[in-house]
Structure formats: structure tokens, C-alpha cells
Design a protein around this ligand. Structure first.
Ligand code: ADP
Length: 597
């Protein structure tokens, strides 16, 4: 249905009602006036007829037609009225306007017929004689013997009609004026009703659009006023509720966003309802484009969908581990729980994700470490056992052999001791760094490096290696002296061990940008490219037999790296096979941020 404005309903209705009323009243008034005029004319004609009847009666009784005619002509001219006298048998005896002899019998004229019955006859019609509309009134001329004739008076209706026309014009003008006036008033009244309603409609549209800042203006009309007040009250209530909902949503989102666990909520069709940043980062999806999208399409992991499907189907708590392949493999612990409506019906699932990659790696490192330690310890222990058994079996045997065996046993025991000491050292650094108990002090690097060099001096001399220390004596940095010296000794010890006799090892310290760089450079065996990334791992040795020969445990570099990391620094290696190696320690400018891994 075509919609129309209220104004265009009210206004035409008012106008139509007014038009009908004005037309009816105009018509009625005009009719009354017309009737009044005609009645007045008829009354005047009757009065004249009665007066004339008095004068005409004796002449009629005498049937003196000539006298009657001249009387009619004289008086007719005097009172501007047509006067006709007719005999009871319809013959015109006298007429003020025409020759009676030329006139036809008037016995059939309605007013005459009526007058002959003794009443006042009246008729308005077109006169063929005078060729105009006339009003006739006829009264009987009574004599003692009965009706002697009929006295008829008549006037043309043109004058009456002219007067009536003027009256009609005035009534019509008044009606039109009234209509225009009522149209203006109707429009004003319609506007007064439709205006506030329109305002309320606009207000309701604003409310629907979420703008509650502007109230609907309250009109004067009581009904509209209470409607507007109800609308405003409703809007205020709605506004408060929406604010509460928005605030609660923001709080929920803030809680979700600040969680380190990933949270994914899906509905029954496995479409994502919500996903927090942590989950998006773990699952490697763009958090801004997840809402309403299918989990299948977003998350490319079969295990995740198995967990989600199982929760939606069985409604229980499901836990499982998800592995996401890629550049860095990520291991996620997922636990899914159903979302239920009031009635207990499952409407979706919430899956909480925990990134356990680091944990799993640490577990693996620990497992490998235990295996490595056991392996490293077993070799010397097996050897010691073998030689001890041999000694027991050959007790009292060859003196020289026994001494050699005992030397080997001592060597293995020393190795065991070295490994155990290194392990204890490693665990101590880890513990200190883990508890953030590493005590740092501003120390001259020259002091630390000279005492490390002094510690390695005897080994250097034994292997005919020269150590050269170049550093600015003023250079100071924040260090844990004992640990740091140990790290440098380990690097220096390696440099001497893997150098060729007669070569030189250079130790230097310098500032570069804000960093302090300590380097230990040798010109010895060097390390092949493929080993370079692994030599800092625990127990990793490039050439096991050679390292053991020089008393290595495979833990020296690992300890050095741990110490440097506990100082917030990093250790780097540059090496060319058969040309030599340079180990550089980079320490940051201010303090330290230990990163033990
Ligand atoms: P080790 O106690 O066996 O020396 P490290 O952890 O100190 O153990 O070193 C690991 C391995 O790295 C050594 O076994 C050795 O093969 C290699 N390496 C370390 N420093 C050097 C160096 N300066 N020149 C050549 N090889 C080195």
C-alpha cells in the first residue's frame, strides 16, 4: 500500500467536511432567500388582487367589459402590475397589457382553475403573451350569486430573479471565502497534530540508529506529551542497558586480550565467535578477520578440528596436543569445553590453547642432557672398571704395566672430575641467573683479562703459545668478576689447546657503539662451517678423541655462553678451517637482561 503522510490524510478530510458543510449551508440559505422572495411577491400580488377585486366586483357583476378593461389598463400602469379579469367560463374580460378580445380562453390556467374553486390560485410560468417568466395570483370575484369572475394579478419574475442572482453571488463569495479560511485553519490544525508526530518519528529513527543523546521534544498535546515522555524514558533505559553491555563486552575483551592463553570460541556450525590475540598468534591467523568465518577455513590443523568436533558432539572436556609445522614448529596444548545455553543445550565450544613449545623443548633438552651426561660418564667409568679389574687379576704382575694402568685410571678419574666440576658450574650459573641473583659490579676489563691470561699462562708455555693482551686500561664495564673470568679462561684455554706450537693467541677488549667487545683470537685448527652452529651445545665436540687428548669435556663453550647470556650479552664465532678462530663476547651498554636457554 502506498504510504501517505498523516498531514495529507488530515488536511483533505478537514477540507472535504468543510466544503460539504459550506455547500449545504449555502444551498439552504439560498433556497430560503429564494422562497422568501417568491412568497413576498405572491403576498404582494394577493394584496393587490384583493384591492382590485373590490373595485372590479360591481363592473363584473354588471358584465361591463369595457369599463373593466379601461380600469385594468389604468390601475395596471399605476401599480406596474399586469391585471386580468376573467369570466367564470374563462373568457378574458379585461387585461392591462393586451386586448382581451385577442386573448384565448384562460379557463385552463392553473391559477384560474384554483380561483374558480374559491381559493387563491398561484402559478409561476412562462407567459407566451408577454414572452417572459411571470408570477400569477388569482382570486375569485365573489358576488351574492356566487363567483362572478376571477381577478388575476401578475408581475414578471425577471426582477426577482435578478435580485436572487445578486444574493446567490454573495452567498457563493462568502462560501468560497469560508472555504479558503477553513483550508488555512485545517492546514494549521493538521500541522499541529502531524508536526509533533513527525518529530517523534524522527526521534524514534535516531534512537533506532543508536543516537540517544537527543530527546524527542515533548509537545503540548497531553496524549502526544505522554507518548514522547515514554519514548524518552525508553531511550534512556535502552541507552543505559547498551552502555552496560558495551562496557561488559569491553571488559571481557580486555580480559581475553590480556590472557597469555589462547581462547577460541566457536558455534555449533564451527564458525568462530571470538578469538583472542594470543590464540590468533599461536594459530597464525589474522585476528581482525576471524569473526563469523569457518574454523575449518581459518585453522589448518586436523587435530584442532577433531577436538572441536568431539566437544560439540559429546559435550565433555577434551584435551589434546596440537603441533603446527612451519619454520618454527609450535606445540600447543588444547583443552576444549562445551558452551551450554540455560537449558543445557550445547551451543558451541571454547578451546583454550597453551603454547608449550618452550616447555617441550626444555624437557627434550633435559632428556638429551641426562642421556649425554650418562654417556660421557660411562666411558671413563667403564675404562676405570676395566683397568681396576685387570690390576686385580694381575695382582703382583708386571710393575711397569701396573703403573701405566694406574696412570690411565688417574687420567679417567681426572676427566670424571673435570666433567663433574663443569656440570656443577653449569648448574650454579643456571640457578643464579634463574633467581636473578647475579651480582654485577663495575670492573676494569684489563684486570679481569690479565688474571684470565695469568691463569692460562702455564698451559700456554707448555704448548709454546704466546698470549698477547691489548686493551685500554681505563675500560670498565659491569660484570660478575668470577664468572666472567671463568668464561674468558674457557675461551683462552680452547684457543691454546687448538693452536699450533709457536703461534700466538690475541686477547683484546674494545668499545663499539655502546657495546663492549672482548675477543679471543687464535691461528690454530679452526672449525669447519658445519660444526660452527653446534659447538656451543653441551658435550658437543668436533673431534672427540683429540678433545679428550687435550682434556676437553665438551662443556667449556656451553659454560662460557651461559655466563655471557647471564650478563645479557651474546657470544659469536668467526672461524676458517686450518686458519684459526675468533670468539667475540658482546656485552650491552647498560646492565644486563639474562636470557638463559
Ligand atoms: P672442550 O672441552 O672439548 O674444548 P668446548 O665446549 O670448550 O669443549 O668446545 C667444544 C668443541 O669446539 C671442542 O671440542 C672443539 O672441537 C671446538 N673448539 C672450541 N674452541 C676451538 C678453537 N679455538 N679452535 C678450534 N676448535 C675449537
Amino acid at each position: 500500500m502506498r504510504r501517505r503522510k498523516l498531514l495529507w490524510h488530515l488536511f483533505p478530510s478537514y477540507l472535504l467536511i468543510t466544503a460539504i458543510a459550506v455547500t449545504a449551508v449555502s444551498w439552504y440559505s439560498f433556497d430560503s432567500v429564494r422562497r422568501f422572495y417568491l412568497e413576498e411577491t405572491a403576498a404582494a400580488l394577493t394584496a393587490r388582487a384583493r384591492l382590485l377585486e373590490e373595485r372590479a366586483r360591481p363592473l363584473t357583476e354588471r358584465s361591463d367589459a369595457d369599463a373593466l378593461d379601461s380600469l385594468a389598463k389604468k390601475l395596471g400602469a399605476a401599480v406596474s402590475t399586469r391585471i386580468t379579469v376573467i369570466s367564470p367560463d374563462g373568457i378574458v374580460l379585461a387585461d392591462s397589457e393586451e386586448d382581451p378580445a385577442a386573448m384565448d380562453n384562460h379557463g385552463d390556467r392553473p391559477e384560474i382553475v384554483q380561483a374558480l374553486t374559491g381559493e387563491v390560485g398561484e402559478s409561476s410560468r412562462y407567459s407566451y403573451t408577454l414572452q417572459t417568466n411571470m408570477m400569477y395570483v388569482a382570486i375569485p370575484i365573489s358576488s351574492e350569486t356566487g363567483i362572478a369572475g376571477v381577478m388575476r394579478t401578475a408581475v414578471p419574475l425577471t426582477a426577482v430573479e435578478e435580485q436572487l442572482r445578486a444574493v446567490r453571488t454573495r452567498i457563493a463569495l462568502a462560501a468560497v471565502l469560508l472555504l479558503v479560511l477553513s483550508a488555512v485553519v485545517s492546514l494549521a490544525v493538521s500541522r499541529r497534530i502531524a508536526g509533533p508526530l513527525h518529530q517523534m518519528q524522527l526521534g524514534a529513527e535516531r534512537f533506532a540508529g543508536g543516537d540517544f543523546a537527543h530527546d524527542v521534544p515533548v509537545p503540548h498535546l497531553t496524549e502526544f506529551a505522554s507518548l514522547a515522555e515514554s519514548m524518552n524514558g525508553m531511550a534512556a533505559d535502552l541507552d543505559a542497558r547498551i552502555r552496560t553491555v558495551v562496557q561488559q563486552k569491553a571488559e571481557q575483551e580486555a580480559v581475553l586480550a590480556s590472557m597469555s592463553e589462547g581462547v577460541v570460541a566457536i558455534d555449533r556450525e564451527a564458525e568462530v565467535i571470538t578469538m583472542n590475540h594470543a590464540a590468533a598468534a599461536m594459530l597464525r591467523v589474522d585476528v581482525d578477520s576471524v569473526r563469523g568465518r569457518s574454523a575449518q577455513e581459518l585453522i589448518r590443523n586436523v587435530r584442532f578440528h577433531e577436538i572441536a568436533a568431539s566437544v560439540l558432539e559429546n559435550g565433555g572436556l577434551i584435551e589434546g596436543e596440537i603441533t603446527l609445522a612451519g619454520q618454527h614448529e609450535t606445540v600447543i596444548e588444547a583443552s576444549g569445553a562445551p558452551m551450554r545455553r540455560g537449558g543445557g543445550e550445547i551451543v558451541g565450544a571454547v578451546i583454550v590453547l597453551n603454547d608449550v613449545t618452550k616447555l617441550r623443548r626444555l624437557e627434550r633438552v633435559r632428556r638429551d642432557f641426562v642421556a649425554n651426561v650418562s654417556h660421557e660418564l660411562r666411558t671413563p667409568v667403564t675404562s676405570i672398571k676395566g683397568f681396576v679389574e685387570t690390576l686385580r687379576d694381575e695382582a703382583g704382575g708386571d710393575e711397569g704395566n701396573s703403573a701405566r694402568f694406574l696412570d690411565i685410571i688417574i687420567k679417567h678419574v681426572d676427566r670424571l672430575n673435570a666433567i663433574i666440576e663443569d656440570l656443577l658450574y653449569l648448574s650454579r650459573i643456571e640457578e643464579d641467573a634463574g633467581r636473578k641473583e647475579l651480582v654485577l659490579e663495575s670492573i676494569s676489563l684489563f684486570d679481569v683479562l690479565s688474571s684470565a691470561v695469568a691463569e692460562c699462562q702455564s698451559l700456554a708455555e707448555e704448548r709454546d703459545v704466546d698470549i698477547r693482551l691489548t686493551t685500554d686500561r681505563e675500560l670498565e664495564t659491569r660484570l660478575n668478576r668470577e664468572l666472567f673470568e671463568h668464561a674468558v679462561v674457557n675461551l683462552l684455554d680452547n684457543a691454546i689447546k687448538y693452536s699450533l706450537p709457536g703461534s700466538e693467541v690475541e686477547v683484546s677488549a674494545d668499545r663499539e657503539g655502546g657495546e663492549t667487545i672482548i675477543s679471543v683470537r687464535d691461528h690454530g685448527l679452526g672449525i669447519a662451517e658445519e660444526h660452527q652452529s653446534r659447538i656451543f651445545e653441551r658435550f658437543y665436540q668436533v673431534d672427540k678423541s683429540r678433545s679428550r687428548e687435550v682434556g676437553g669435556t665438551g662443556l667449556g663453550l656451553s659454560i662460557a655462553r651461559h655466563i655471557v647470556q647471564a650478563h645479557g650479552g651474546a657470544i659469536e664465532l668467526e672461524s676458517t678451517l686450518n686458519r684459526g678462530s675468533t670468539f667475540s663476547i658482546r656485552l650491552p651498554k647498560n646492565g644486563h637482561q639474562p636470557t638463559i636457554s
